[in-house]
Every structure is written in C-alpha cells, then in structure tokens.
Design a protein around this ligand. Structure first.
Ligand code: AMP
Length: 114
C-alpha cells in the first residue's frame, strides 16, 4: 500500500533500525520503545490487521513467530523471557494498519496489560 509506513520501511524508502530480514519477514526496532528490547516483526506483504489473514497465510504467521524466537535467542532474552503481541483494531490500540508483532523483553513485563 502506497501510504503505509511499514511498507515504506520494507521497501527501504524510509529508514529503520533493521535487525532481521529473511525476504519475507522483517524486524526493526520500535521508534518509541516500551522496554529495553522492543522490536516490530512484519510480513513484507501488506496485510492490514489480524482480521485480514486467511488460511493461505498460516505459514507466514508461523514464520513471524519463528523469526521472533530466533531474534530472542540472538539477543540473549529467550531464557529470561519476552512477550509477543499483535494488536488488532481500536480497542487493542492498533495504530499502524500493517500487521506487526511486538517483541518486548529486557525487563519484567507486567500482566495483565492496563
Ligand atoms: P500498534 O499500536 O500495535 O499499531 O503499534 C505501532 C508501533 O509502531 C508503535 O509502538 C510505534 O512506536 C511504532 N512505530 C510507528 N512508526 C514507526 C517507525 N517509523 N519506525 C519504528 N516504529 C514505528
């Protein structure tokens, strides 16, 4: 989508601190981190929300989680712990309408979220 900020990051049109790219899934640091580690994992392909996934995207969703696992191991937070979150629509606070998985780590994360 032309006006999607995460599509522009995926296309290299705007800068981001990219930490992972396998051609299908991209991970970069959140510009407004809520934890010492706060990454966003996105599919390169534009999908607006979780509601827009279809059966054909099942493997892609799995790859998002496997990329998160790999990154957590590489950053040394896999054992201490991390949280993955995908917000969907207004009540969850979704601000960017290109599916992204938050990966948060590096401090004790409260639960449940406020
Ligand atoms: P959400 O509320 O789940 O839609 O989260 C959107 C996230 O994207 C927020 O945590 C923002 O800080 C982050 N964000 C927005 N623009 C950028 C950007 N250009 N680079 C990195 N992170 C961004």
């Amino acid at each position: 989508m032309n006006d999607c900020i995460f599509c522009k990051i995926a296309a290299g049109e705007i800068p981001a601190d990219i930490v992972y790219d396998d051609g299908e899934v991209l991970a970069f640091r959140d510009i407004n981190p809520e934890a010492p580690v706060h990454l966003l994992l996105i599919p390169r392909r534009h999908i607006a929300t979780l509601n827009d996934l279809s059966e054909a995207d099942a493997a892609l969703v799995g790859r998002l989680y496997l990329a998160g696992q790999q990154i957590a191991m590489e950053l040394g937070v896999a054992e201490s712990g991390y949280r993955t979150v995908i917000n969907c629509n207004r009540d969850a606070g979704q601000l960017v309408f290109h599916i992204h998985m938050h990966l948060l780590a590096g401090r004790e994360l409260g639960w449940p979220p406020g």
